[in-house]
Design a protein around this ligand. Structure first.
Ligand SMILES: [Zn+2]
Length: 336
């Protein structure tokens, strides 16, 4: 048996679109998650009129946030956010451990058009220089954890690798891919976004395997980096080389379920898959939350927010509009 299902009382089928499939390859001390995203991703992207290069970049960020956030073992939120000088100067993805995802990108439309025309709309150029922050939020009264890595002209895969090397010190490979596919329903052809991704991490039970075997006849140099120390572990070398064979279309093709990909990669070693967790296109905004923000405004800020006799707040994530009577707010929040 080389692909076994864990924790199931009956055979499980493919996870299908928009569900994260955790897996483990015990022979290689590797654990990971894989996903293909379809309708939930397309709904998030279709809500905004993103130019295709921006939609692709945001799709990658969504898959990355889902792959990383779905490892959390408590109720909370995983937030991936970029802040940079690129044509896409901000990407935000919120993943809630209940499976809800929301995301949006802020971008320079004229600049993107020009970059596309010049054939320079690659991820590194779009992101530019700046930072990518990953925040784990366990809710009120709990400490937040944040890891920040520099954006230096690479792809989001590159940034993820830097993050795990510098912040987490866990050997990690990430693959992300995005595709725009034509679908035909009732004779109508439309294009829809799909994406897929895979994260594989080397997590040996034996802690000494996370340290380098000593150098011949000498002590381990004090400045030896942790990543150097485990790069030569045979199991991790093998796992990385297998992940290196993954083609983009294998990650996005609806005819190649993630279980098939995992089987192709790891069946020689035996791979166990665990119960898949569904992902939903779901914003967390509400009238109450917007009211709470407006309640902190000063009288001057409230006055400045009134247009046409009302205060209208539009959610940047889902586009929902909330309309308020300015009289609802005393405008004293700043002084309370
Ligand atoms: Zn919203």
């Amino acid at each position: 048996m080389t692909l076994s299902f864990e924790g199931a009382t009956e055979p499980m089928g493919p996870a299908g679109d928009d569900a994260v499939r955790p897996f483990a390859v015990e022979a290689l001390d590797v654990r990971g998650r894989a996903i293909q995203m379809g309708p939930a991703l397309d709904a998030i992207l279709a809500r905004h009129d993103y130019p295709p290069p921006v939609a692709r970049l945001l799709a990658e960020a969504i898959v990355l946030a889902v792959l990383l956030g779905s490892s959390l073992k408590f109720n909370g939120k995983f937030i991936l956010q970029t802040d940079s000088d690129g044509l896409v100067d901000m990407l935000v993805v919120d993943y809630r451990t209940t499976g809800g995802v929301r995301a949006y990108a802020r971008f320079d439309r004229d600049g993107i058009d020009a970059a596309e025309a010049a054939g320079q709309a690659d991820a590194g150029t779009l992101l530019g220089r700046g930072t990518l922050a990953m925040t784990i939020d366990q809710g009120a009264n709990m400490s937040r954890y944040q890891g920040v890595v520099p954006l230096e002209g690479g792809t989001l895969e590159d940034v993820a690798h830097t993050y795990f090397r510098q912040s987490e010190q866990i050997p990690t490979r990430v693959r992300l891919a995005v595709a725009e596919m034509q679908t035909r329903a009732g004779g109508v052809v439309r294009s829809a976004w799909r994406a897929g991704g895979l994260v594989v991490q080397f997590l040996p039970d034996a802690p000494e395997r996370m340290r380098r075997r000593d150098l011949p006849g000498g002590d381990v140099p004090a400045d030896l980096r942790v990543d150097d120390a485990i790069l030569d572990d045979d199991a991790w070398v093998e796992a990385q080389s297998l992940v290196g064979t993954v083609q983009d279309d294998e990650l996005t093709d609806p005819a190649v379920p993630v279980e098939h990909l995992l089987y192709r990669l790891f069946s020689q070693r035996g791979v166990r898959v665990f119960r898949a967790a569904p992902i939903r296109d779901q914003c967390s905004c509400s009238r109450d939350k917007v009211t709470g923000v407006l309640a902190t405004f000063t009288a001057e800020e409230i006055a400045e927010s009134v247009e046409g006799g009302a205060i209208t707040v539009t959610c940047e994530f889902c586009g929902k509009r909330y309309r308020f009577d300015p009289g609802e707010f005393a405008g004293s929040g700043g002084r309370r």
